[in-house]
Design a protein around this ligand. Structure first.
Ligand SMILES: [Zn+2]
Length: 53
């Protein structure tokens, strides 16, 4: 399962924790920050996690 420490975009209201997440992978470097940013987990990451990916 490709997991890594959470990251988020300053442009979004969610954080990501799954490397398969398209939204998470499309964050531009200038907007990318480490950590959850105290934001909820992205829906796509949650679905991937629930599917065991
Ligand atoms: Zn995500």
């Amino acid at each position: 399962m490709p997991r890594k420490s959470p990251w988020h975009s300053v442009k979004e209201d969610v954080h990501h924790d799954n490397t398969e997440c398209n939204t998470g992978n499309n964050i531009e470097a200038e907007n990318l920050r480490q950590g959850t940013g105290n934001k909820p987990l992205c829906r796509e990451c949650a679905d991937l996690g629930a599917a065991g990916r």
